[in-house]
Design a protein. Structure first.
Length: 340
């Protein structure tokens, strides 16, 4: 029995990119159906043939994205879609796409072709290989892979400043959260049905998918790729949006900011006691005058700023608890191809 592969594509206002994406993915789907793919480097990959389906998660687009998706589904029933009542964010689109997927293997990628579709057969061959296994610490092998994930080797789509801060973010979240995110890790990956079901079982409202993929475990093979510029349209990610997304990941998978706040609070209390003892000794024994307004003003600003910072940490965790207890849906579906 032939396997089924589902391509999950979250999209938001991608009317310019969709025709180019469909054109690029067509020969890949044909190669997967034939069980053979020419990489263009003189190597021909041979694997078990599989059928494919496409799931587009329209994140409340305001252009003609939904119109195109309706037309694609009318022409080919293996192209399906879900459309939200408004913009809920890419994380909601990923969750909805995974939930609608029926495949034995699920691929997550973007519609703008920054995730090159020609890597899909390479990922499939690696995931289904009967010989490829991951090494154990003693040099032996323990089993086969459940996921093939891609990380950016060269950041063609990012400027130097954004690339620098991206590297800093991966180092910071790994240090704070205990996760092991590969530098340059993207959402571009292929996984087995079992892993996808595990990801779906984590139905939390505040989602950081990169962290969820790592948290659920499973054996992941990481492969590098050179990303490309968008085939059309503009990026929906702003600098502020990326910063918020980064903080979302830290607060979703780490309580170390609270631990740091607690530890620093103890240190400051000790310093305050030491300074008080120093002031008493300096004044009563050595007769030194007590510092006045400047030192008091500085200390008030210092301790006030630290208190507000730590209250902000606490507020971030409490706000997430507040949203989780509401049990609001991750998304609201307005329309899907199953309605037709």
């Amino acid at each position: 029995m032939r396997s089924l592969m589902t391509l999950v594509i979250p999209c938001y206002n991608e009317e310019k990119a969709l025709p180019l994406f469909m054109e690029a993915v067509a020969p890949v789907r044909a190669a997967l159906a034939a069980g053979e793919y020419d990489t263009g480097t003189g190597e021909v990959l041979v694997f078990d043939p599989c059928d494919t389906e496409l799931i587009f998660a329209d994140d409340g687009s305001t252009d003609c994205t939904l119109k195109f998706l309706r037309e694609y589904h009318a022409a080919d029933e293996t192209v399906r879609y879900v459309s939200f009542s408004r913009n809920f964010g890419k994380e909601a689109g990923i969750y909805a796409g995974l939930k609608a997927a029926k495949g034995d293997y699920i691929v997550l990628l973007d519609a703008d072709l920054q995730h090159p579709v020609e890597y899909i057969p390479v990922m499939y061959e690696a995931l289904t290989s009967k010989t490829l296994a991951f090494p154990d610490g003693d040099g032996s092998v323990r089993g086969h892979y459940d996921s093939v994930a891609m990380f950016r080797n060269k950041r063609k789509s990012d400027g130097r400043v954004r690339a620098f801060f991206s590297k800093c973010f991966f180092r910071l979240i790994n240090r704070l959260s205990g996760l092991h995110l590969v530098d340059g890790a993207t959402d571009f990956r292929m996984m087995t049905r079992k892993m996808a079901d595990s990801v779906l079982s984590m139905n939390e409202y505040n989602r950081f998918t990169k962290g969820i993929f790592n948290w659920v475990g499973y054996n992941t093979l990481w492969l590098p790729y050179d990303d490309a510029k968008r085939c059309a349209g503009d990026s929906k990610w702003t600098t502020a949006g990326l910063i918020r997304y980064g903080f979302e990941g830290i607060f979703a998978f780490s309580t170390k900011p609270l631990t740091i706040a607690f530890g620093l609070g103890i240190i400051l209390c000790l310093l305050a006691v030491i300074y008080a003892v120093y002031t008493v000794i300096s004044t009563l024994i050595f007769g030194n005058p007590v510092d006045g307004y400047p030192s008091i003003f500085t200390m008030v600003l210092l301790f006030g700023g630290i208190q507000l910072l730590f209250l902000g940490f606490l507020g971030q965790y409490m706000s997430r608890m507040y949203l989780e207890t509401k049990h609001r849906p991750i998304y609201i579906m307005k329309e899907s191809s199953e309605d037709k």
